[in-house]
Write a protein that binds this ligand. Structure first.
Ligand code: ATP
Length: 629
C-alpha cells in the first residue's frame, strides 16, 4: 500500500519534476513517483488535458454487458458503499481490467463534477490514458493506492482525491479495480481501507462461481477469521492448485506461478477433507487453522411446489411468495452456501422479502426438518436481548425463570438461525455473538458449562452496514463473519413488470376465484405506484381491495387508499401541466411542488412519492432556487 505523500512536499516535487526536470526522490510516496516517471516516459504532458474518447450509448451498453459477471459480483459492495459515498460527497467506481469505468454510484452532485474531467462510465482511467490516478496506478502496481490532489499527473485532476484497490481473480489475473473518488478538499481518511476490504470481499466472492468441482482449502492463522473474506483460499482440482487468493498464497509462502504446479499433498502432507476446522502446519512450521472441503455436491431436491406440507415456507396467513427466475437462482445458490456452512447476509428495503427468502432457504436446505428460529434484533428490548439470545442459568438475575432458559441460539441447534435487523444489535453483544460463531458453543448467563451449538446463520438488514462500520457502530470482524455472501432483495419498484406482478398476486390472494376483478384503471395505478413498503404494502393493499370488492363489480379507483391515488393524481397533474416549451427547471419545480402538496407539506413523504431520498429532494429544490435567482 502507498505511504501518503506530504502535501507541501508534493507541491515542491511538482515544481521540480515538471518545471525543472530535477530528481524528487524521497519527496513523494514511491508508487506515485514511479507512476509520474512512467507517464513522463510515455510522453504525457501534465499541463494539457488527457485525450478522452467517450463511448456512444450503444458501445457503453455492450461494454457493460460484456462485463456482466464482474458487475454482478461487485454489485453488493457497490451498494453497501453507496451510503458512505453519499455521506462524503464521493462516488464509488468499478472498472474493468483496463481501467475503463463500468459502474459509478454515490453522490449525484459530485458525479456531475467528475463528469467534467471525464470521470464517467465508458471512459478509460488507465494510467497510460489518464496519467497518475488511483484506478490506473493501482492496476499497474497491482496494489491498493490513494492519489490525492496534486499527486495526479494531469493538472486538471487536482480537484480529485481517489483511493482504489485492484481486483485480482483466482488465477492471479487483474479483473478490474474498485475506487472511491471525491473532492480533493475533503480528506476521506477511511477510503483506502474501505476499498481494500471491499476488494477482498469481491475477490472472495470470485470463488462462489466456477470452483464447484474443486476441493477448497480455507486457511488463517487466526481461527476467528476463518470463514471470513480475510481467510486464505486455495482451490485444488485433482490435487493440483488451480486457484487462490492473495492471503492463501501468502500463508503457504507461494506466489502466482505456483498455479497448476503446486500439489496439496506436498503443501500439507496427510491433510484430509473434513467439515471440521483442523490445525495445520504451514511452511516453516507456522500454525494455521484450516478447513479442507470436498467439491460441493448439490443434493437433488424436490421443486418448491412439491415440498412436504409440514414445512411452512411463510408464516400462516401469508400469501405464497412469488418466486421469479432471478429469485429461484439466488435461492439455489444460497441454499448451497448455507449447506456448506457459509453465513449469508440479506440486504433489502423493508418489506422486500428478506424474511420470506430466509424461510425459503431453510425449507429447501438439508436442515429443513430442524428449527428455523427468527430473531428480530431491533424488536428485542435492550435489557433482555442478551438473556433471550444466549440463555441463562437458574437464578442468573432478578426476574429470571427458576429453571433458567436455553436461549434462542440454542433453540436453533441443528437448524437455521435468522438474525433480522442485525445492524441494531448492540456493540457489546456483537462481541459475544462473534465468540459463539467462532467457538460454536454458548456459555449461558450466570455461568454454567459451555454448550456446543450447530446452526446455519442467515442475517438481514435494511441499514447500510458500510456506514455503521465506518462509524464504529458495527464490528468489522463480525461483519466479515456474517457477510461472507451477500444477497440483495430488490425493491418492488425495480420489478421489470409490475402489472404482471399485481395480477399474479391478485390471483394468488384468491381474487379470481372470488369473481372479483380490478378495473383496468386500478391495475394501471397500482402498477405505476412506487411501493415504498414493497411486498408488504402491495400485498396488504390487494388484500384490502379483495375485502372491499364485490363479485361482478370491478374494483374502481375510489377504493384505493388516498396515498396511492394522490400519488397517481400528482403524476397526472404534473404531466398535464407540462406544456410544450416549459423549461426543465420549471417542470422540476412543479413536480417537486406537486409532490409536496400531495403529501401535506411533508418533505419525507414527498420524496418517497417521487422515489428519491430526502436529501436529493432538498438538493433539487436548492438547485432549482439557485437557477431562479
Ligand atoms: N416474493 C414475494 N412474493 C409475494 N409476497 C412476498 C414476497 N416477498 C415478500 N412478500 C410478502 O411481503 C411481506 C413482507 O415480507 P418480509 O417480511 O419477508 O420482508 P422483509 O424484507 O423481511 O421486511 P423487514 O425488513 O421489514 O423485516 C410478507 O407479507 C410477505 O409474505
Amino acid at each position: 500500500m502507498s505511504v501518503a505523500s506530504n502535501r507541501d512536499a508534493v507541491v515542491t516535487a511538482r515544481r521540480r519534476f515538471f518545471g525543472e526536470g530535477r530528481s524528487v526522490d524521497g519527496m513523494l510516496a514511491a508508487p506515485i513517483l514511479r507512476s509520474w516517471q512512467r507517464c513522463a516516459g510515455q510522453g504525457l504532458d501534465a499541463s494539457r488535458s488527457p485525450l478522452v474518447e467517450p463511448p456512444t450509448a450503444r458501445e457503453l451498453r455492450e461494454f457493460q454487458e460484456r462485463h456482466d459477471r464482474l458487475g454482478r459480483l461487485a454489485r453488493p459492495e457497490l451498494n453497501a458503499l453507496q451510503g458512505d459515498a453519499r455521506l462524503t460527497g464521493s462516488v464509488v467506481i468499478l472498472t474493468d481490467a483496463a481501467g475503463v469505468v463500468l459502474d459509478m454510484i454515490g453522490s449525484d452532485e459530485f458525479a456531475g463534477r467528475a463528469a467534467q474531467v471525464a470521470l464517467r462510465p465508458g471512459v478509460s482511467w488507465s494510467e497510460a490514458d489518464t496519467g497518475t490516478n488511483a484506478i490506473g496506478t493501482a492496476l499497474v502496481e497491482r496494489q491498493p493506492i490513494a492519489v490525492h490532489g496534486a499527486e495526479h499527473f494531469f493538472e486538471r485532476h487536482r480537484i480529485l482525491a481517489c483511493a482504489a484497490a485492484p481486483l485480482i481473480d483466482p488465477r492471479g489475473v487483474v479483473a478490474g479495480a474498485l475506487d472511491m473518488t471525491g473532492p480533493a478538499a475533503i480528506r476521506h481518511v477511511h477510503a483506502l481501507g474501505l476499498m481494500r476490504l471491499a476488494a477482498e470481499q469481491i475477490e472472495h466472492r470470485f470463488f462462489t462461481e466456477g470452483f464447484e468441482h474443486c476441493t477448497m482449502l480455507r486457511l488463517h492463522t487466526d481461527r476467528a477469521l476463518l470463514g471470513t473474506p480475510r481467510e486464505g483460499v486455495l482451490a485444488f482440482a485433482d490435487g493440483v492448485l488451480v486457484g487462490a487468493n492473495r492471503h492463501g498464497l501468502d500463508l503457504m509462502n507461494l506466489d502466482w506461478p505456483a498455479l497448476d504446479l503446486a500439489r496439496l499433498e506436498t503443501l500439507l502432507p496427510g491433510v484430509r477433507p473434513s467439515d471440521q476446522i483442523q490445525m495445520l502446519r504451514g511452511p516453516r512450521g507456522t500454525r494455521l487453522w484450516g478447513r479442507l472441503v470436498d467439491p460441493l455436491r448439490r443434493s437433488p431436491r424436490a421443486p418448491a411446489a412439491s415440498m412436504p406440507a409440514a414445512v411452512p415456507a411463510a408464516p400462516a396467513g401469508e400469501v405464497e411468495p412469488i418466486l421469479d427466475a432471478e429469485m429461484m437462482a439466488q435461492l439455489s445458490r444460497t441454499v448451497r452456501l448455507v449447506e456448506a456452512g457459509i453465513p449469508v447476509l440479506l440486504l433489502g428495503e423493508t418489506g422486500s422479502g428478506k424474511d420470506v427468502f430466509a424461510r425459503r432457504v431453510h425449507a429447501e436446505s438439508a436442515r429443513r426438518n430442524k428449527p428455523f428460529v427468527p430473531v428480530n434484533c431491533a424488536a428485542l428490548p435492550e435489557g433482555l436481548i442478551e438473556s433471550e439470545l444466549f440463555g441463562y442459568e437458574a437464578g442468573a438475575f432478578t426476574g429470571a425463570r427458576r429453571q433458567g432458559a436455553p436461549g434462542l441460539l440454542r433453540q436453533a441447534d441443528g437448524g437455521v438461525l435468522f438474525l433480522d435487523e442485525i445492524g441494531d444489535m448492540p456493540l457489546s453483544l456483537q462481541s459475544r455473538l462473534l465468540r459463539v460463531l467462532q467457538d460454536k458453543q454458548i456459555s449461558p448467563l450466570g455461568g454454567g458449562r459451555p454448550v456446543p451449538v450447530d446452526f446455519a446463520l442467515i442475517c438481514a438488514t435494511h441499514q447500510p452496514l458500510g456506514t455503521l462500520l465506518a462509524a464504529g457502530a458495527f464490528r468489522q470482524d463480525l461483519y466479515f463473519r456474517i457477510a461472507q455472501y451477500v444477497v440483495e432483495r430488490p425493491p418492488v419498484r425495480h420489478h421489470p413488470d409490475r402489472l404482471a406482478l399485481v395480477r399474479t398476486l391478485w390471483r394468488q390472494l384468491g381474487g379470481e376465484d372470488a369473481g372479483v376483478q380490478l378495473s383496468a384503471e386500478v391495475e394501471r395505478v397500482l402498477a405505476a405506484y412506487n411501493w415504498p413498503g414493497n411486498y408488504r404494502q402491495l400485498v396488504g393493499t390487494l388484500r384490502a381491495l379483495l375485502v372491499l370488492g364485490e363479485p361482478g363489480h370491478p374494483v374502481e379507483v375510489a377504493a384505493l387508499p388516498a396515498e396511492i391515488t394522490a400519488a397517481a393524481g400528482a403524476v397526472e397533474s404534473q404531466v398535464s401541466e407540462m406544456l410544450p416549451g416549459t423549461s426543465l427547471a420549471e417542470q422540476t419545480r412543479s413536480v417537486l411542488q406537486a409532490a409536496l402538496d400531495a403529501s401535506g407539506g411533508n418533505v419525507s413523504r414527498a420524496a418517497r412519492r417521487l422515489g428519491i431520498d430526502r436529501s436529493t429532494y432538498y438538493r433539487r429544490l436548492l438547485k432549482d432556487k439557485d437557477r431562479g435567482r
